[in-house]
Design a protein around this ligand. Structure first.
Ligand code: ADP
Length: 350
């Protein structure tokens, strides 16, 4: 029989002791005594030996295991809990096997934690590298234009105004970048609490479209909101959702085609409202989709920068939707267009 629990080990050893002392006792009683009483005494003695040795062996094993296990638990629980479960160990179960299982689980969770920390460290390094790069380009450009102006360009009417305007555009880029970084870090640090309220998301979409009409007209893009009349009241942070709609709408214009169209469609579902921002612009190759919401990830770097993109727009969108515990998805086809869709909780269905 395979012995597994401390109790079973103690029982086996006891059986062995009782058996060997029993055989010796029977031989001794048969050879050197007479009558029934020595046999009675032998049986009583064997019962006594059985009980005492079982208790004693149990006690020794439990003490031994408890000491060893306490050590293991002390090591693995040092950083996690202060639990030293030696008092409440159940010796009728496979104590050693359980510890083994716990040690393996602990090792696995440690491995996962280390992998996550490594990933975070890499992410930080990459982020700082990207940030330095993003800041360096416009800062150097401004410096270049100012130096040229200082070294005589200021007196040259052919370039002085133009260079100042270029320097100004680069400063705009820097300020955009800093503002977007500020938005992301505020959401991440939860420095500003979310301010939930009930509002009509269709009306908000119409307002966002209205305030971007000029930009869309310049790019030759038509903007549409659907449904035209219906109200869809959601429970969310209005300012933040406005930011989401602005970022998605601006992207649809930036990466749209001339004479194209962007539609913001709102659909009523059971507990949620689904909002889609759909364009028929340049589209995104599928291979870029998994990384699209990462900070500074761009499909076409020069197009994005020339159009004033900070590379943080979609990262901000994702942060805001995550903070609402909702989801965002994207489907796209190169040269056909892109659809970003996200959900919001319906009012009263939080
Ligand atoms: P950016 O400031 O560069 O626009 P975003 O985070 O807003 O940064 O977008 C990341 C990248 O995703 C963009 O550089 C662009 O390549 C791509 N992208 C975003 N929206 C669209 C869209 N509607 N159509 C095509 N490409 C898009």
């Amino acid at each position: 029989m395979k012995t597994e629990t401390p109790r079973e080990i103690a029982a086996s050893i006891t059986q062995y002791i009782v058996l060997t002392t029993g055989v010796a006792g029977v031989v001794f009683t048969a050879l050197f005594t007479e009558g029934i009483w020595p046999w009675v005494a032998l049986v009583l003695l064997l019962v006594f030996i059985g009980m005492v040795s079982n208790r004693l062996i149990n006690w020794m094993i439990e003490r031994y295991i408890s000491r060893r296990i306490k050590l293991i638990y002390k090591t693995i629980h040092r950083l996690k809990t202060n639990r030293f479960p030696s008092e409440d160990l159940d010796y009728a179960t496979d104590v050693i096997g359980n510890v083994n299982k716990e040690v393996l689980e602990w090792a696995k969770s440690n491995r996962e934690e280390i992998a996550m920390l490594k990933e975070q460290a890499n992410f930080r390094k990459e982020f700082i590298g990207n940030l330095a790069h993003e800041l360096r380009t416009p800062a150097f450009n401004v410096q270049g234009y100012l130096l040229t102006l200082l070294e005589g360009g200021l007196e040259d009417p052919k370039i002085n105004r133009e260079y100042l305007e270029r320097a100004d555009r680069n400063l705009d880029r820097l300020i955009n970048l800093i503002n977007d970084l500020d938005k992301i870090s505020k959401i991440e640090l939860k420095a500003e609490e979310m301010e939930y309220s009930d509002f009509d998301v269709v009306k908000l979409a119409k307002e966002v479209v209205e305030s971007h009409k000029y930009m869309a007209d310049e790019a030759g893009i038509n903007l549409v909101v659907k449904p035209v009349k219906k109200e869809l009241v959601v429970h969310a942070d209005r300012d933040r959702i406005e930011q989401v709609l602005v970022n998605l709408l601006v992207n649809s214009i930036r990466y749209g085609k001339k004479d194209g169209e962007t539609k913001i469609k709102c659909y009523e579902m059971d507990d949620q409202v689904l909002i889609e921002v759909e364009d028929n612009g340049i589209g995104i190759d599928n291979k870029h989709i998994p990384r699209l919401f990462e900070r500074f990830y761009r499909v076409d770097k020069s197009r994005s920068r020339n159009l004033g993109g900070s590379g943080l727009g979609l990262a901000i969108v994702k942060h805001i939707i995550d903070a609402h515990n909702q989801t965002i998805n994207v489907r796209s086809q190169v040269n056909e267009g892109t659809v970003f869709s996200f959900t919001l909780a319906k009012s009263g269905k939080k």
